[in-house]
Design a protein around this ligand. Sequence first.
Ligand code: C2E
Ligand code: CA
Ligand code: CA
Length: 720
Amino acid sequence: MRQSPLKRHYMQDSEQNIPNSDNDLSHLMQERHLKDDIIESIHDGVIVFNPDFSVQVINPQARALLNFFNDPDHFFDDLTLFKNKKATLTFKLKDWLQQISRRVAKHPKEFFVWQRIDFDQPLKPLLFSAKPIVDENHQITSILLMIYDRRLQADADEKKRILNAALNSFDGQFITNDKGYITQPNMAFSAYTGLMREELSSMSILAWMQKQLTLKTTEEQVLRALLEDGRWSGEVEVHPNADTTFYAVLSLSMITDNHRNIECYVGTLQDITDIKQAQAEVEYLAFYDELTGLANRRLLLEHLEHTLLHHMRHRTYSALMFLDLDRFKNTNDTFGHTAGDELLKTTAYRLKEHLRAEDTIARLGGDEFVILTHMDAPSLELATQHALTLSNKIMDALCEDYIIMDQTLKNSVSIGVCCFPLHQHETPEELIGFADMAMYESKKLGRNRVHFYDQTLSESIQNRHALERSLNNAVIEEEFELFFQPQFNLNEELVSAEALIRWKHPTLGLISPSEFIPIAEDGRQILKIGQYVIRESFLKAKEWHEKYGLKNLSINISPIQFHETSFVAGLRSLQEETGVSPELITLEVTEGILISEMELALRKMAALEEMGYKFSIDDFGTGYSSLSYFQKLPIRELKIDKSFVFRIPASQEDIAIIDTILNLAKSKQLQIVAEGVETREQVDFFKNTQASVRDKLLIQGFHFSKPLDASAFEERFFHA
Ligand code: C2E
Ligand code: CA
Ligand code: CA
């Protein structure tokens, strides 16, 4: 009898012989049924061919897999099989089977084929496994073909290939198993985390996150997002070890099967440190001042807006302080921009030192700083008090010597304060404007001081801005004129005169120099104006000397003008141009010119003195009175400021001050001018001073004459 091929097959091809006994028909029949049953019950496709390749048995699975439902006689004709997925190489099953049946092998031969069922369907991957069945005489009795469906596996293989390609990227990537253990990290992931596959495979995503990540959200939120949306992505900080931190975006997705069973998680870790750095840089540039590292206007406005809202809501108060350095332009012009930058940096440093971390310190550009103080004062008064204390502290700090490029420089600061909220719906910009106005007021009042904003200020400031604008025109249009005020000795004889400038504004009328000179100094128009004053004065000094024998004319020199590098040369060329004799000229300067760059100032003064000019210290006693410089200075004259003259003879204190000045002048053999003499009593006071200084004393003031224009002066004092 024929051996049951299947039986043999199921006996694992054991070469065990089934005895060829005289089985009866029923036995045969039985075997036959059993064989069919077995064949039909097999999960995979089974076809048994006769040695002539006609189909002996085909099970339904084989039919289904091959889509073959016809008469088995045409079996080979109806099959379209390929050796490759692209369907370019056909596979001839019959040839292959013939080939196999030529040589009897112990193991079945396998071939992976692709079958086309329909043109619009993908090819179906099948694994053929075939083996000839032989009897004890090694005669082939049949050929067994097993057909395995490889669709699932092909899908899986493809997924794996794609994943492997994906895992081979620069981003760190991993796949977990269904329990969430990181079983497949790529190289990049191991490189980023410093964890190798072995370590990771015993680590769940969560364990890894707890070990190495700082999240911006909670782990619960991550888990909830994964369960609800199937994915989560967010910025994380990765700490692979104690001294390394980098920034990354971690994306996690959950892969489930059709029944929502978790298959695995896929994770991507993208290093964004570069992006973060660039972002931080941009942010820095957008919100911070590059030179000093302080906040810029934008950041200040942002903080101010918050603070303002906070105080409105809580009915508390704070202060905004506007600072402007008094002598920054000087430093910049005399020592160059590098020195100027150093000065600004030092200023920033000192401010930081004296303020708290919660305060916002900003530089708005140039030498303008703004401080938003962090306070929660219960009333405007307390905020004001606190701001005053703070201002004094800051002024002290900024007054200390600056050592810059081996030079010792001095500076001071003018501060304007606006306490807020004012409860008039003010905006942050407006508040800065108010503090700025108060600062201008400080400057006007003599610098190195603090002034508080009050509503009436804004009007005067508006005037100032109008003046600032028209000053430029004035310089061009020459709307200026020199007035002259006489100076007398105690015998009331005319000895000298002081030139004082007047601005005849086309619409505003006559504007006082105490109003526009500070503005012209800030805007540097003072240089042109000063040039004009010197030329006119030189011409008048020469003319009045030649015509009327006047021996001296005093000219006011602004510190800005004096510190100009070209000051000495400019004076010399005007001297040549006008032909004036320098002996006829006194230059009035204030002590302030000595504050910064004393050595340079001294050298300039010495050079001018050498040329024949005289120096007078104007407003003596009001400023930086360090008497030590007296030894070195080539000065001829002191002018007692009118504020001391004003209250005599009533004020004993002022009398004492004047006495001291007179004694000083005597010991240094200086001439003295008392200015602002308005009354007969004041004239008498000076006439009664010690005899030894009397012949060195001049008096100037409204008691004798207001400043007059040139022709009025001539009329009154020379033609009388
Ligand atoms: P200053 O140099 O102290 O000039 C004296 C000021 O006192 C003048 O004010 C003068 O008119 C005023 N004055 C004179 N006698 C009396 C008096 O008896 N009582 C009172 N209350 N005041 C008196 P002016 O002309 O308004 O000038 C103000 C300031 O403007 C000057 O103060 C000076 O610092 C500046 N200035 C004036 N002209 C020039 C100039 O040509 N160049 C520069 N750089 N500054 C000038
Ligand atoms: Ca003067
Ligand atoms: Ca004066």
